[in-house]
Design a protein around this ligand. Structure first.
Ligand code: PHE
Ligand code: ZN
Ligand code: ZN
Ligand code: ZN
Ligand code: CA
Length: 295
């Protein structure tokens, strides 16, 4: 799998920051910074050869948008989706939450195009609107999928906050192997979890599970039985001393002290965490997209 260039991921974050700065300081649902962000992402994907759709929906009296990008080819009955929410809260520019996931999957998609990847599975990337108002964009997408289209989606990988400044390395606990929190995800989620864990093991970084607690866009997918997975570097939760021993950083401090605040800017990113997660995404996409489903 390729090494995703960190500089390219960070360049997308700078663009999201500039878009927010030019549009009242945020990229929130119904605000001009959101549509500008969607157009930025869509423009790059169109230029790279993706087939893109701007799917609109209405929430709270405002129009929201999902950007959906299909990479031509692969088995149309075996679709791997990769998604991240593109909206911020109104309080700030949303660079870690979730410029980070948005930029990391964008650069992964662009790498797919640069390499002319011809995977077994059909690849579809998605940037969701209005996650911050209750997963509205991803819920709209899943609700409006015809049953036959829904059945073709064999997995969904979600990336929401992957560059936290005091990072943890969490992988969604698809099999509930830790036996705590919410139950396991749909069958198949464990394989997505293992693939992401394998990447971190290969670079010598320990991971821990994080539950499907319904706080991000995998929610509508697991609700209809689609296996899901993904990574997360932490939000308002406080890093314990055990976690600081495991990963470094500061015990007793939030993973992201700027979570949902105006200070969630380009300064609010740990480059090492962002780099490792972008590479993990690429590893998972390359690996899973070339895995044939059990007959
Ligand atoms: N979805 C939350 C937000 O955007 C962040 C989050 C992601 C929290 C994953 C927990 C797990 O604010
Ligand atoms: Zn958020
Ligand atoms: Zn988020
Ligand atoms: Zn697990
Ligand atoms: Ca668990």
């Amino acid at each position: 799998a390729p090494d995703i260039p960190l500089a390219n991921v960070k360049a997308h974050l700078s663009q999201f920051q500039a878009i927010a700065t030019a549009n009242g300081g945020n990229r929130a649902h119904g605000r001009p910074g959101y549509l500008a962000s969607a157009n930025y992402v869509k423009g790059l994907l169109d230029g790279a050869g993706f087939t893109t759709t701007l799917q609109s929906f209405t929430y709270n009296g405002a129009t929201g948008y999902n950007v959906i990008a299909d990479w031509p080819g692969g088995d149309p009955n075996d679709v791997l989706m990769v998604g991240a929410h593109l909206d911020s809260v109104t309080a700030g520019p949303g660079i870690n939450d979730n410029g980070s996931g948005s930029a990391a999957i964008l650069e992964t998609a662009l790498e797919v195009a640069r390499q002319g990847l011809t995977p077994v599975k059909h690849l579809r990337f998605a940037w969701w609107g209005a996650e911050e108002l209750g997963l509205r964009g991803s819920q709209h997408y899943v609700n409006n999928l015809p049953a036959a289209e829904r059945a073709k989606i064999k997995g969904y990988l979600n990336f929401d906050m992957v560059g936290s400044p005091n990072p943890g390395y969490f992988v969604y606990d698809g099999d509930n192997s830790d036996g705590t929190g919410s139950g396991p995800g749909p069958a198949g989620s464990a394989q997505l979890e293992r693939t992401l864990q394998d990447y971190f093991t290969s670079i010598g970084v320990p991971t821990r599970g994080t539950d499907f607690d319904g706080r991000s866009d995998y929610g509508p997918f697991i609700a209809v039985g689609i296996p899901a997975g993904g990574t997360f570097t932490g939000a308002e939760g406080v890093k314990s001393s055990a976690q600081a021993s495991l990963w470094g950083g500061t015990a007793g401090q939030a993973f992201d002290r700027c979570y949902h605040r105006s200070c969630d800017t380009t300064a609010n990113i740990d480059d090492t965490a962002l780099d490792r997660n972008a590479d993990a995404i690429a590893y998972a996409v390359w690996t899973i997209a070339n895995t044939t489903p059990p007959a």
